[in-house]
Design a binder for this molecule. Structure first.
Ligand SMILES: [Zn+2]
Length: 277
């Protein structure tokens, strides 16, 4: 820890006295080591320059060093999987799941001069990120043709890429696959842009320095400074600002029937990176 004027107290023999929340506390310097927060508090200190001889009282602002919190950027692996239907016949072509952010930050009680004070004990975290693309772009499953198409006999079972290959419109299908992949990556890119903005802002500092007289009070502060203030910004960045994109015509298996038509990617009206935070 450091005194507000920059003096290191780590190696000093000192005593402290504090009155948090109306309770009197007194202790010695070594008890500071059990505090794991980043709080700034006004406390009184005195230094002993020789046994029994106090140099002076200090009334100073003491800051425990920041814990250097930062959000990790997301890096989802692209995976091809069967994806659920959205509605009656609307295919899901790709999904990006960002893992979500803790909405309630854990608090712990401090010790030493912060006895009775509560702080945010660990930084907000994400779950795992996933980037799924529909398996129909790359092969299985195969569907029976109700009539001959491009020389493939009626009754043959064939998958979407192979039928489009036979019909020489493979490029239209593959271009759309790449559009879907780019679209899903854009969710992650925009979120990571926002994460970099958050990391270079003073947001974490503000959360690290929260001190409340109860756990609930510390959580309320965390909600105001973190969850309420930033969660919507991260959500907006993850949503992205992307317009609708469509494929050229290609053959698709569209729940119980083959169609030759174009398909689209749902548009989003979020932001590219965070809105102003
Ligand atoms: Zn999307």
């Amino acid at each position: 820890m450091e005194a507000g004027r920059g003096r290191s107290l780590d190696s000093m023999a000192f005593q402290w006295q504090a009155l948090p929340g109306g309770k009197f506390h007194e202790g010695r310097g070594e008890e500071y080591s059990s505090w794991d927060g980043a709080a700034t508090e006004n406390r009184k200190f005195w230094l002993e320059i020789a046994e029994g001889r106090r140099l002076s009282f200090l009334t100073d602002s003491v800051t425990v060093r920041p814990r250097s919190w930062s959000l990790q950027e997301r890096s989802a692996v692209e995976e091809y999987e069967p994806l659920p239907l959205l509605g009656e016949d609307e295919e899901v072509w790709g999904i990006y799941e960002w893992g979500g952010l803790d909405s309630l930050l854990e608090t712990s009680q401090g010790s030493g001069p912060w006895e009775g004070s509560y702080y945010v004990s660990s930084q907000p975290k994400f779950g795992d990120a996933w980037l799924h693309v529909n398996e129909k772009f790359v092969g299985d499953p195969a569907y029976e043709l109700p009539r001959e198409e491009c020389g493939v006999p009626k009754g043959d079972s064939i998958n979407i890429p192979d039928l489009n290959e036979e019909c020489d419109i493979w490029t239209a299908l593959d271009n759309f696959r790449l559009q879907v992949v780019d679209h899903e990556h854009e969710h992650q890119n925009s979120l990571n842009k926002c994460i970099r903005t958050v990391n270079s802002s003073a947001r974490f500092e503000a959360v690290e320095s929260i001190v409340g007289e109860t756990g609930a009070a510390a959580q309320d502060s965390a909600r105001i400074r973190w969850t309420d203030g930033l969660r919507p910004a991260l959500d907006s960045a993850m949503a992205t600002n992307q317009v609708n994109e469509r494929s050229a015509d290609a053959f698709w298996w569209r729940r119980l029937s083959w169609v030759k038509a174009n398909h689209g990617i749902k548009g989003h009206s979020g932001t590219d990176g965070c809105p102003q935070i």
